[in-house]
Design a protein around this ligand. Structure first.
Ligand SMILES: [Zn+2]
Length: 465
């Protein structure tokens, strides 16, 4: 189920930003992909024709690696636009009762729409952090895996979890948390059903207890043990807001990174969402342990959480990727726009040299691949890597004549997407999805949003005048 049909592709005449270790770029170059992998990259025309390959004229375009989205909650695509002026804790408290009503149908429709939207913003690989599993709620994770196969994106779903309900001092209502045993059994089941460790894999599963204020220390410890037994990665939210830090200091007697450190939760197999509130000691520990960070600048701004210290993280050698985060806290959810948001957020707090344009491109590509443990296969245009790529059209009104094509992509308006390929297979062509019918996906989404609204007596939308 995790193998997509591999494609062959020749792209010529495009500006090429390879994002390799030397930052190699060509003003006019080519990329050739055979059976889903890159076989040639260089200046000028492609060296040879490839039997049966799709040939794309890249003139007027910039070719980049496909973007890697390192943090998302796809089900939230069905609950956008609520608690729009709230803090994280207020927003979560408003939304937990809504999320308690999700079904496999709602999640399937939301995930398909969210993935389709991500594809249209240059994303070829995405993770998903699904942590709401209402009792008897059906196969929610399976719905997301099916949606990714339909849309054609490489997918790293996580089996998320919450076990610290309100009655035990946590933030979520008891109705949306599970028991430790249920979570561990479901986590092992998710790995055995969906995880594919093979090269070129289209689906890899990670385990992802939700956050320090919604899970117990025991769940974190046991999840890490299980993930390491099964050879899968670990993910969680961390150091997102000052409220979270106050919660950790009050309940655990230390800041969030020290808390995870104590539980054996830092390491090369871990990437953390947000990392906004980190002191120098915490950054050094993330660097020393090889722990990655999913930087979500628009979500952090939407919730007023703060700005992650990306410059300090990069200088310390931490792997940093970009994430759109769930659409309930980041309604735009366009990965290409996170490059500019990351640049502006870093410079707005750290000055003009806090993040270079090409560093922003690296965050979205190779940085994300590192966070997901796939830098050997993804994140740059190099011979032998998977043919996951995005071709951006820069010869229209918004970008024509610009001196620097990478600046056009990062600082300019989001350009039209001429082509998006995953393993050489075309997913988007001229801003249109090739794998699913966008009108149908949109109609299903509208129905899912309406369904969840009808099912929720205390839906925030119903309280609005
Ligand atoms: Zn999140």
């Amino acid at each position: 189920m995790s193998t997509a049909p591999a494609g062959s592709l020749v792209i010529e005449g495009a500006a090429v930003a390879t994002v390799d270790a030397d930052g190699t770029e060509y003003a006019a170059g080519h990329v050739v992909a055979v059976d889903g992998r890159i076989t040639a990259v260089g200046p000028g025309d492609a060296p040879a024709r490839v039997e049966g390959a799709r040939v794309v004229d890249g003139r007027g375009c910039l070719l980049t690696p496909g973007f890697v989205n390192t943090h998302h909650h796809l089900y939230q695509w069905a609950t956008r636009g609520y608690a729009v002026d709230s803090t994280l804790f207020e927003w979560l408290t408003a939304l937990y009762p809504v999320w308690a009503r999700i079904t496999p149908d709602v999640v399937g429709a939301a995930a398909t729409a969210g993935l389709a939207w991500l594809a249209r913003s240059g994303c070829t690989t995405t993770t998903d952090h699904h942590y709401v599993f209402p009792r008897g709620g059906g196969d929610l994770l399976g719905s997301t895996v099916e949606a990714a196969a339909r849309v054609g994106l490489r997918f790293h779903p996580t089996r998320g979890s919450m076990d610290l309900g309100r009655s035990l001092g946590g933030l979520p209502p008891d109705a949306v948390v599970e028991s430790l045993d249920e979570i561990l059994a479901a986590s092992a089941d998710a790995v055995s059903r969906f995880h594919d460790p093979a090269p070129g894999s289209m689906v890899r599963v990670a385990l992802a207890p939700c956050s320090p204020f919604s899970v117990t220390a025991e769940l974190l410890t046991e999840s890490a043990k299980l993930a390491r037994e099964l050879g899968v990665r670990l993910h969680t939210h961390l150091a997102e807001t000052l409220d979270e830090e106050a919660f950790c200091r009050d309940r655990y007697g230390c800041a969030p990174v020290a808390y995870l450190d104590r539980l054996g939760w830092l390491g090369e197999d871990v990437w953390l969402a947000h990392g906004v509130h980190l002191d120098a000691g915490a950054i050094a520990r993330l660097a020393a342990t090889g722990t990655g960070v999913a930087h979500c600048p628009s979500s952090n701004a939407r919730l007023g959480a703060g700005t992650a210290p990306v410059r300090a993280l990069l200088d310390a050698g931490v792997s940093v990727g970009l994430g759109v985060d769930g659409a309930a806290s980041q309604e735009a959810s366009r990965l290409v726009e996170e490059l500019r948001q990351a640049t502006y957020a870093a410079r707005g707090t750290g000055g003009p040299r806090a993040l270079a344009v090409r560093e922003a491109l690296a965050l979205a590509t190779i940085g994300g691949a590192r966070c997901l443990g796939r830098a050997d296969e993804l994140g740059s245009l190099e011979v032998g890597k998977l043919a996951d790529l995005a071709l951006w059209r820069l010869d229209g009104l918004g970008h024509a004549g610009i001196a620097d094509p990478v600046a056009a992509l990062v600082l300019g308006a989001a350009p039209p997407l001429e082509l998006l390929a995953v393993g050489g297979r075309v997913v988007v062509s001229r801003d249109e999805l090739s794998t699913v019918d966008e009108a149908e996906v949109t109609a299903d989404l509208r129905r899912a949003c309406e369904e969840i609204r009808q099912m929720t007596p205390t839906h925030p939308a119903k309280a609005r005048p």
